[in-house]
Ligand binder design. Structure first.
Ligand code: 9GP
Length: 797
């Protein structure tokens, strides 16, 4: 949008006076941030209103992306960038003695996500709006989100993330769109004549779901979509029915934390309640809005697509059926047809946790009507498909069996599309994990390789690099990332390569400053910055990284590292609160870090840094400064990964296995510009089938590994008596579930090769440039366009 500095300054002044009775001279950064956010919201609200009117007028089909997590990160700069105001506002603030970057730090990350799943959802929100596609998010407005991670004595400590304390200026509470969501009680069916039945309910608990809308502003276009987040509240009059403070607290808890601890019954119950809560509220709002437009219900799939992001929102299927049948008296057959046409599903992992299973008992008591509908879907599925494909396939794919409701099975049977998130992952779904479904519904399976919102991950996170790209090839890449390929022409131009190297160096200096501030560790920006940032999970093998660090440490101690290129290993990772093993690894990383960082023999050859509370805004500071991105999961276990794409776009080289999207990155950049090691998926599957893996054989025959692993239990690494034992046993007694020891040698050799390559500055810089030049296919703009055309059938404005 068009705006002069003067106009903006005037608007900011007004906002400061109206909101805080302050001027630009005496307002603090937090007040400037809040006032600024309100000014920006004022600017885009006109576009938002106009786009909503346009959407209503055309009734064009829209997508609703249901996800239990989103990770939007800070909105300030992203909104400014997308409105085309970033520079104007930066300059105007500078004129009044403020710094946009400092002001922006007053914004708390919206703490409503956990990892890749949530961040992908937010990349999609940005890309949908930026490609002009009508696509909205639907989730929960968690009061405390996941948790704030502190590292105390090397341990992860979880604190509530009070991200809402100062208010959230971007959201709009829409009480008029609140709906009721009902739980529990009894339900029975009563015949209403002509063989038709209707459900009757008693003793249900009613909770009010209130939506908070946040505008998803498109990049320099007219599209503003909506992220709708639901908050649980007491309905009016409920103080009479439940006159207790405890009850109020219970209701509050429903939208308080993401992923309540599911290692106990009440935690599981709460999760299921949350899942139904946002599904039911979201669908009710969609259907209400649709009917208000005067459109006929039987045509809803022509106007509405509902996407189930992982299985958490799988209850969309029976809930949509309930709304159509119970509330709108549609026949089962018609309702089922509409449901399957409207719903689509993405699987994001082959780990067991993605295949959620709820106990029948819990489902029956918490959601009696939904349970009935699920059982009916299941029975009808069996009846229809046993004659077509035989009893054994149907048995394997049934939704209700062994006392459990299988949510992935429900998602596939009740939708028209199931996709994986990278080629290898989609193939594994078809060939192994969901093979029986693939035989029954081959046409439903497809792949949509993930992507990232390049605006946040380079234009915002790395302004200096973006400026250098502008200078080198012009600005068109900002609108169309494919234009980055023009950079290839400069791959042997040392003058340009040196400039890219200089930008990387500045980024590293900035991160070094942050590391000193946060962790009190001095790191050398000339060292290789080697980064692994992602959730802590055994399959992601942060441990393999740690074992290699120990190897380098012993090399230094033994005097075998004269020529070593100095390295800084940087970790960022949260472990799920009840995942003890992951927490043991965090403790071990921190203790190894303390040991190495305080050992004067090491000098600055080796440093290890664990940055606490990894989140989107920290990622924006870390990723630009990486030379190396670690993507070292066991082949076949990481569905896609998306930090690999962020590193690539910022000119870091990947060291990784043939897993997830690493494979497609390798195809894009060529073998010489990526460091691949370890087993491939077939090697891994072969081990799974023949059961011949014996980690102790490797332990006993590999003296280097033996020495390293022993250090975990013989006191060499201090303060990890219990954790060290747990890790040691997992590698030996419990046979190393993710084949860490099997891939160790290959990893070490490849790290050595990488180090040698780093010495050749021309070659290294050329590879970095080629990574950037080939990053376009990993834009989430590409991904959402594929979803739009092939799954949702929605069109850009
Ligand atoms: O673990 C996957 C990760 O590989 C993928 O990139 C991301 C987005 O598709 O989803 C993650 N899955 C989850 O967080 C839980 O299923």
């Amino acid at each position: 949008m068009e705006l002069t500095k003067q106009q903006f300054t005037e608007d900011l002044r007004k906002s400061l006076t109206q909101n805080f009775a302050k001027t630009t001279k005496n307002a603090n950064d937090q007040e400037i941030y809040m006032s600024l956010a309100r000014v920006i919201k004022g600017y885009y609200s006109k576009i938002w209103l106009e786009d909503n009117e346009y959407k209503d007028k055309t009734a064009a089909k829209q997508t609703y992306y249901f996800s239990i997590e989103f990770m939007p990160g800070r909105m300030l700069k992203s909104n400014l960038l997308n409105l085309g105001l970033l520079q104007t506002v930066r300059d105007a603030l500078a004129d009044i003695g403020s710094d946009l970057d400092k002001i922006s730090e007053n914004e708390q990350d919206m703490a409503i996500g956990n990892g890749g799943l949530g961040r992908l959802a937010s990349c999609f929100m940005d890309s949908l709006a930026s490609t002009g596609l009508p696509g909205n998010g639907n989730g929960i407005r968690y009061k405390y989100g996941l948790f704030k991670q502190r590292i105390i004595d090397g341990y992860q400590v979880e604190l509530p993330d009070v991200w809402l304390t100062n208010g959230n200026p971007w959201e709009v509470r829409r009480s008029d769109k609140a709906v009721e969501v009902k739980f529990g009680g009894n339900v029975w069916m009563e015949e209403i004549g002509h063989g038709r039945y209707t459900p009757h309910f008693e003793n249900q608990e009613t909770i009010l779901a209130v939506p908070y809308d946040t505008a998803m502003v498109g990049y320099e276009n007219k599209t503003v979509n909506n992220l709708c987040l639901w908050r649980a509240e007491l309905p009016e009059g409920s103080e009479v029915i439940h006159p207790s403070l405890d009850y109020m607290q219970d209701v509050d808890t429903l939208s308080a934390v993401l992923y309540p601890d599911d290692s106990n019954y009440s935690g599981r119950l709460l999760r299921l309640k949350q899942e139904y809560f946002f599904v039911s509220a979201g669908l009710q709002r969609i259907v209400n809005h649709y009917l208000n437009l005067g459109l006929p219900l039987p045509r809803i799939p022509e106007h509405v697509a509902v996407h189930i992001n992982d299985t958490h929102p799988a209850l969309c299927i029976p809930e949509f059926m309930r709304i159509l049948i119970d509330e709108h008296e549609m026949s089962w057959e018609s309702a089922w047809q509409l449901t399957v046409k409207t719903m689509s599903y993405t699987n994001h992992t082959i780990m067991a946790e993605a295949m959620e299973k709820w106990s029948e008992e819990m489902m029956k008591s918490l959601l009696p009507r939904i349970y009935q509908i699920i059982v009916e879907i299941d029975n009808r599925f069996a009846k229809e498909y046993i004659p077509k494909v035989g009893p054994s396939l149907v048995h394997n794919t049934r939704i209700v069996k062994d006392g459990k409701v299988h949510m992935a099975n429900l998602s596939i049977i009740g939708s028209h599309s199931t996709n994986g998130v990278a080629k290898i992952h989609s193939d594994l779904l078809k060939d192994v994990v969901l093979h029986d479904f693939y035989i029954i519904f081959p046409e439903r399976f497809n792949n949509k390789t993930n992507g990232i919102a390049e605006r946040r991950w380079i234009q915002i996170a790395n302004e200096e690099l973006s400026g250098l790209i502008d200078e080198t090839i012009g600005k068109s890449w900002r609108k169309d990332l494919n234009d980055l390929t023009v950079l290839k022409a400069f791959q042997d131009n040392d003058e340009i390569l040196n400039k890219f190297e200089a930008v990387k160096f500045h980024d590293k200096e900035r991160l070094a400053k942050l590391i000193l501030e946060k962790n009190g560790i001095t790191v050398n920006p000339n060292a290789i910055f080697d980064v692994q940032v992602k959730r802590l999970h055994a399959y992601k093998r942060q441990l393999l990284n740690l074992l290699h660090i120990m190897k380098l440490y012993f090399d230094i101690k033994d005097g075998n590292a004269e020529n070593m290129v100095p390295r800084v290993f940087i970790f960022g990772a949260k472990a799920a609160p009840s995942y003890q093993y992951a927490k043991a690894i965090i403790k071990a990383i921190n203790e190894v870090a303390n040991m190495i960082n305080s050992d004067t023999d090491v000098e600055d050859k080796l440093k290890v840094v664990f940055l606490e509370n990894y989140n989107v805004s920290l990622a924006e500071q870390i990723i630009p400064s990486a030379n190396v991105g670690e993507q070292i999961s066991l082949a076949s276990t990481e569905a896609s990964g998306t930090s690999n794409m962020k590193f690539m776009l910022n000119g870091a080289l990947t060291i990784g296995t043939l897993d997830g999207a690493n494979i497609e990155i390798k195809d894009a950049v060529g073998d010489e510009n990526i460091f691949i090691f370890g087993m491939n998926k077939d090697d891994v599957l072969e081990y799974y089938t023949n059961g011949r893996y014996q980690s102790t054989e490797i332990y006993n025959s590999n003296p280097i590994l033996k020495r390293i692993l022993n250090a975990f239990v013989d006191g060499s690494i201090p303060n990890i008596e219990n954790e060290g034992r747990e890790i040691f046993d997992s590698m030996t007694v419990y046979n190393d579930e993710y084949f860490v020891l099997r891939d160790f040698d290959s990893y070490v050799e490849t790290q050595k090769r990488l180090e040698d390559y780093y010495r050749d500055r021309h070659a290294w810089n050329k590879s970095c440039l080629l990574n950037i030049a080939n990053a376009a296919r990993f834009s989430s703009d590409r991904t959402v366009r594929e979803y739009a055309e092939q799954i949702w059938q929605i069109n850009p404005r």
